[in-house]
Design a protein around this ligand. Structure first.
Ligand code: CP
Length: 313
């Protein structure tokens, strides 16, 4: 693997999931692979799971890890040809090349603005690192995608499904803040590539990018969508059409125990309790969010392993 920008960088999904499950059984089996190799993790935004699980994954492979909260460093300029006489101090062209002197792999988290759709969709931060760094780049959640989360989700479904082809439903839920589309986008793409019966449900006005959802069945009636579901993945996102705006805070869309029945509950976390989902669901034995969070390590580890193996070629 040369980079991990989107789930399209996985050449054989089923094999990769199985390899991640094997890594989970023997996490230190490849601890020599990353010796004298360094992962630099760059955070433009906050993180709990991604930061800790990716660091753990790298250390399991014997790598050194350096973490930089970019907002504590120089203010970066991304515009080509910019006259830098205002607030930016260092151009990404220089910064990415410099970081590449210290890193064998660079991982980047950079959320969208949710105000400028075209700019967000250009993935200007992530693509700038891809273009100007001289080492592989890993996406730790960008403006439009969260491929480490999606791989985690696929691993978790493979481990915990009780049917060969489970019915998986992605349900929108209310949230007080406008949130990105990245988790939902990557989950939709992952489910389209998986052996599942998949549907999406959300209120009108919350349609995701149609170039991603394509012909995935869509229900505006949540209870109709949830009928006979085996796995319910709940996530809020802001409007894509009315870009970045909150169109509804309809509390009727919160996931409750009554709605989910015996289905398993998934969420990428962090989650707003009793807004997105009620306590009774999160605290039930059908909630698999902690197993999901645990699998973040093995998703990151299989990705880093494949990148390290490619460095050696
Ligand atoms: N799910 C996820 O990416 O969590 P963090 O934002 O805490 O990294």
């Amino acid at each position: 693997m040369k980079k991990y920008i989107s789930i399209n960088d996985i050449s054989n999904l089923a094999d990769t999931i199985q390899q991640a499950i094997q890594l989970k059984k023997a996490p230190f089996a490849f601890e020599k692979l990353g010796k004298h190799k360094t992962l630099v993790m760059l955070f433009f935004n906050a993180s709990l799971r991604t930061r800790l699980s990716t660091e753990k994954a790298a250390r399991n492979l014997g790598m050194e890890v350096m973490v930089l909260n970019v907002n504590d460093a120089w203010n970066l300029e991304f515009e080509d040809g910019a006259v830098m006489n205002l607030n930016t101090t260092e151009h990404i062209k220089d910064a990415a090349q410099v970081i590449s002197q210290y890193a064998d792999v660079i991982a980047v988290r950079a959320f969208p603005s949710l105000t400028d759709k075209m700019k967000d969709e250009s993935e200007w931060v992530l693509k700038s690192f891809v273009n100007h760094a001289s080492v592989p780049i890993v996406n730790m959640e960008s403006a439009t995608a969260h491929p480490l989360q999606a791989l985690t989700d696929a691993i978790t479904i493979e481990e915990l499904k009780i049917k060969k082809k489970p019915k998986v439903v992605l349900s929108w839920a209310p949230h007080p803040k406008a949130l990105p589309h990245a988790v939902a986008n990557s989950f939709v793409r992952m489910m389209q590539s998986s052996e599942v019966d998949f549907a999406i449900t959300h209120p009108k006005g919350y349609e995701l990018d149609p170039s991603i959802t394509k012909n995935t069945p869509l229900f505006y009636d949540q209870s109709e969508a949830l009928k006979d579901a085996d796995i319910v993945y709940v996530k809020n996102w802001s409007s894509y059409t009315n870009y970045g705006k909150i169109e509804s805070k309809d509390t009727n869309w919160m996931l409750t125990q009554e709605k989910i029945g015996q289905a398993k509950f998934m969420h990428c976390l962090p989650v707003r309790r009793n807004v997105v989902v009620e306590d009774a669901v999160l605290d039930s034995e059908n909630s698999i969010v902690i197993s999901q969070a645990n699998n973040r390590t093995y998703a990151a580890q299989i990705v880093l392993k494949k990148i390290l193996e490619n460095l050696e070629v």
